[in-house]
Design a protein around this ligand. Structure first.
Ligand code: AMP
Length: 384
């Protein structure tokens, strides 16, 4: 694919108008670009900061044509784009990321195969197409394990933890949605992620390894740098580089990993875009993951990813927003980001807060003391 240098004043088209698109657009606008966004909603988080809005379904061919016509370069923040549309777009617009990486990561099956082909390990798994497959493969993979739909799952949706034989029949429901993968449960010590960027010239840069704490399968907190050994960090970076190089990624790739007590690393999943666990980079690093993504797709040299201070990022879900706003005056160190979403639904990502401090422990206890993120079970008696 031809490489182009995209310069300020030109227009970057973004498929998807959510918070990732918004933060990409904010970074790009501060660099002098114009932004066009394709999203089905009138007042999307990215639409609020874009110069041009195309309001239509992602797979609307007229809308995709419009985006191609208006944009000097097209990128995406939304992963479930129909691959035929994306292929068309690649032929009719400049899409330096191409369609291949997105296609491979749209299915957990091709994603895992690519990771293995890159020479990196994933947890033992099997492709499951029927209940018979499930009964057969569980013998090999063992309990506990987790059945996941190959496509379309996120934040723990489309997943079933199988603890014993009695859970196996429940697999039928997931299998109705299509092919699945059965993964061995990894008894991890930490979940970590590596955000890596690569430009069309093949230059790569890796952000500091982050440590992620999930609640109910949704990212809750990210701590960077991760509180793990230097050897584990180096190993994580090496693995992310191997994957990005093998897949010839352009732009930002997030690599989620499990780190075991023994120091083994298994890749959980990939996201070929900026990622929630990289939001800390906005304040903590010389270049944010969003600015780096823009630099990469525009074929600039990549910026420095040096971290200025340790950081803690915490997500603001629908149930936290009001309490955050009520406490906004109290905490001067909180860098509050809200995404401009109108409805604060339960578990919906509404924003995040990043705090920089030499003492991560101090920040964590301040967040706990604020009682904003107290567990929902205590509040609503396990109704979630
Ligand atoms: P995923 O959507 O695949 O990222 O899964 C959501 C969360 O479920 C992960 O962040 C882990 O906390 C947990 N999880 C998923 N798969 C596994 C696994 N094979 N072993 C242990 N925990 C898992």
């Amino acid at each position: 694919m031809s490489k182009q240098l995209i310069l300020p004043g030109q227009t970057i088209g973004i498929i998807g108008g959510g918070q990732l698109g918004r933060m990409m657009a904010q970074a790009a606008k501060s660099m002098g670009f114009r932004i066009a966004v394709l999203d089905p909603t009138e007042d999307s988080p990215c639409g609020q900061v874009a110069d041009y809005k195309i309001i239509a379904e992602y797979n609307d061919s007229i809308a995709v044509r419009k985006l191609a016509a208006i944009s000097d370069v097209v990128t995406y923040e939304f992963e479930n784009i129909d691959s035929e549309r994306l292929k068309w777009l690649c032929e009719h617009a400049y899409v330096p990321q191409g369609s291949r990486v997105l296609e491979l990561t749209q299915s957990r099956i091709s994603e895992k195969r690519s990771i293995q082909e890159a020479g990196v390990e994933v947890a033992p798994y099997a492709v499951i197409e029927s209940l018979e497959d499930l009964y057969r493969e569980i013998e090999e993979i063992g309990y506990p394990s987790v059945l996941k739909t190959a496509r379309g799952g996120y934040d723990g949706k489309g997943q079933l933890v199988i603890r014993s034989e009695k859970d196996l029949p429940d697999g039928a429901k997931l299998l109705q949605q299509g092919e699945c993968v059965l993964e061995q449960w990894v008894d991890f010590e930490k979940e970590i992620s590596v955000i890596i960027a690569r430009n069309p010239d093949g230059e790569m840069s890796v952000f500091p390894v982050a440590e992620n704490i999930h609640r109910d399968n949704i990212l809750h907190q990210t701590i960077a740098p991760a509180r793990i050994s230097e050897a584990a960090k180096a190993d994580a970076v090496e693995k992310a580089k191997k994957i990005a190089e093998y897949m010839q990624v352009v732009g930002v790739l997030a690599v989620e990993m499990f780190l075991t007590k023994e120091g083994d690393i298994f890749i959980n999943e990939l996201a070929p875009r900026p990622h929630n666990s990289g939001h800390y980079t906005i304040e903590a690093c010389e270049t944010s993951q969003f600015a780096q993504h823009i630099r990469a797709v525009c074929n600039w040299s990549l910026g420095s990813v040096d971290q200025l201070k340790p950081a803690v990022m915490v997500n603001i879900l629908g149930e936290h927003q009001e309490k955050v706003v009520n406490n906004i005056k109290k905490y001067r160190s909180w860098n509050v980001h809200l995404y401009g979403k109108h409805e604060a639904k339960l578990k919906r990502k509404m924003g995040h807060i990043t705090v920089l401090d030499e003492s991560v422990e101090k920040v964590l206890s301040e967040m706990e003391e604020s009682q904003i993120w107290e567990k929902m079970q205590e509040k609503i008696g396990g109704l979630q």
